[in-house]
Design a protein around this ligand. Structure first.
Ligand SMILES: [Zn+2]
Length: 229
């Protein structure tokens, strides 16, 4: 299901809700050349192929934020279907992927996608900036941040804190598009801006790493006290 679409005479940007663990996947395209990138195809390679062909787009790149199966499981299958190249952070175990490094600019027709290495939830986690749209994977959600700890091998709350500080130093009007529909507040919130998150996301309101870590450790209590699901 397409939940957000922003298209103009130069580009297409689609946010898709394709099941898994309330996963969001993205399709970015240069309208003139038809070159497109799929971000985190998760389990639904087929849906990407059809959304792209309906818009006259050809998937040339498959961009992986991190290797967890709900994001990357069908990357190889989509690559087979489309002939696209898979890209992922070098510390992530994604079969057949070309390593993407911090600051890389990947060209998509006349447009480009910039990679930010943002470790924390996983060691090779990457966010992708396409025009004013930042796909944040499992680093930053609307109102929450990515999980760290025992359930996430290779994760580091300290690295996540540093990555969040770095990403939130980008301009506040950048739109953020997370890897999951995890917003637990009132109403529906499937994307946001960096400025809004800096003012409202409790993890970004922490003034120190110690406060951030404490909030992570006491998150269940915080959620119950603030009516967050
Ligand atoms: Zn993950």
């Amino acid at each position: 299901m397409i939940v957000y679409e922003d298209s103009d005479d130069r580009m297409h940007f689609l946010q898709l809700h394709l099941g898994g663990d309330r996963n969001f996947c993205y399709l970015l395209g240069d309208r003139r050349s038809g070159d497109a990138a799929a971000v985190d195809p998760g389990f639904r390679a087929d849906r990407f192929a059809s959304a792209a062909s309906q818009r006259g787009l050809k998937i040339r790149m498959i961009l992986i934020t991190h290797s967890h199966s709900d994001h990357a499981a069908r990357a190889g299958k989509l690559a087979q279907l489309t002939g696209a190249t898979v890209y992922a952070g070098k510390e992530e175990k994604v079969p057949g992927a070309v390593a993407v490094s911090d600051g890389d600019s990947l060209s998509l027709g006349r447009l480009s996608v910039r990679a930010y290495h943002t470790p924390g939830h996983s060691p090779g986690h990457v966010c992708y900036l396409f025009r004013k749209n930042l796909v944040t994977g499992d680093l930053l959600f609307c109102g929450k941040v990515g999980g760290t700890g025992r359930n996430f091998p290779g994760s580091s709350p300290k690295e996540e804190w540093v990555s969040l500080q770095r990403i939130t130093s980008l301009p506040g009007d950048i739109l953020i598009f997370p890897g999951h529909d995890y917003y637990g507040g009132k109403g529906l919130m499937q994307h946001s801006t960096l400025g809004y998150e800096k003012e409202h996301n409790p993890f970004l309101l922490c003034e120190s790493f110690e406060a951030f870590l404490h909030l992570k450790e006491t998150w269940d209590t915080y959620k119950a006290e603030h009516g967050i699901r």
